[in-house]
Write a protein that binds this ligand. Sequence first.
Ligand SMILES: [Zn+2]
Length: 189
Amino acid sequence: MIDKDKIKEAVGMLLDAIGEDASREGLRDTPDRVARMYEEIFAGYDDDASARLSRQFEAEGTGNDSGVVIERDITFYSVCEHHMMPFFGKVHIAYIPDKKIVGLSKLARTVEVFAGRLQVQERLTSQIADAVEKELGAKGVLVVISAEHTCMTMRGVKKPGTQTYTLCSRGVFEKDESLKNSILSLMTK
Ligand SMILES: [Zn+2]
């Protein structure tokens, strides 16, 4: 649970520490604004991916060949846990259902749950893959994330536009390299 009073106090101290006058007009409401913003961007701590994926449907008329579901270009915003700076980009998810599928918006909601916490991109990728595998009992899951980290592009090496890619595979995608590559080309083309 987010402690907004504590955040307000901490932001006031930060303003002070960087040499600002926290009482001047433009900054007077900043601690309160940041506290309310944190409540929104860290809403993932009070949320649960399994609830988001619980409404499932039967995949129709499949037999053995249940096909692949791909949802591309899910926009996300998260905050890196090393610098508390935003990183953002796209998530692409592919899964092979075992009879159960979910509405496509639920995959986007699942991304939101994990993105709404302090993160590293690698863990964000594997948490999404694990949730889809576990909650849907999917036969295979492939998650690709491309993201720009403002802690890299705004400071340090300062290379704007640099994209970091992470990939996580579960189930059949771990065993079948050619299947994985053919789905990957559909996901990221
Ligand atoms: Zn960082």
